[in-house]
Design a protein around this ligand. Structure first.
Ligand SMILES: [Zn+2]
Length: 132
């Protein structure tokens, strides 16, 4: 779900809260993968060889791959949510987070090269601005 769809559906404040929860769930996943990889490294014995060593190495590789992916997703979610949150205060009346999405672009696959943007309107005073 794009930020525009999420904000339209939930409102800015609930969307932002859910982005933080989802981002930190990815961070916990990354942390658990690091613990799994460290535990497997401690248990790894290449001298004995056999399937146990191969299985342990495969588990370390999977934990590393999932952990790196989770860390990237965590950073991506939080960077996007923080950027939108920093630009969600109305310049005219200083109301925070009470906004409606007028239009959006750059978040679908067809326009993946263009940076995402949101055209928003303050619900309190009607002032409009662009979040890029
Ligand atoms: Zn306003």
């Amino acid at each position: 779900m794009s930020p525009a769809d999420g904000i339209r559906k939930l409102g800015f404040r609930r969307w932002y809260q859910r982005q933080l929860i989802e981002g930190h769930a990815w961070f916990v996943t990354c942390f658990l993968c690091m613990i799994l990889a460290a535990a497997c490294l401690e248990d790894l014995s290449l001298r004995s060889g056999g399937w146990k060593a191969v299985t342990t190495l495969a588990l370390i590789a999977c934990a590393g791959l999932i952990g790196v992916t989770a860390l990237k997703r965590y950073k991506q979610l939080l960077d996007r949510a923080e950027h939108i949150a920093e630009h969600s205060t109305c310049e005219r009346c200083a109301e925070y987070g009470r906004l409606s999405i007028l239009s959006a672009g750059g978040s679908d696959a067809a326009s993946a090269l263009a940076p995402p943007w949101l055209r928003v309107q303050c619900r309190k005073c009607g002032h409009q601005w662009l979040i890029e």
